[in-house]
Design a protein around this ligand. Sequence first.
Ligand code: FES
Length: 76
Amino acid sequence: MDQKRPFIIRESEGTKYYCACGRSQTLPYCDGSHKGSGKEPYAVTIETEKNVAICGCGLSAKLPFCDGAHKALHQH
Ligand code: FES
């Protein structure tokens, strides 16, 4: 993952699979590219439609969600 800010998405109800390996062509979602990487996507069940912030920088301690850690990338 090389995006330095979160993906803000309006998610509908259901289970979503977010990429954990960084290879997906459809970030932040899993597209199956993790095969062979030893990583599995994050499965998140959305109970009711809501906005989510999915980490794009890979530094969050609460993956797959953004926890604000990307701010450190902008302090230069
Ligand atoms: S994008 Fe915000 S912590 Fe990674």
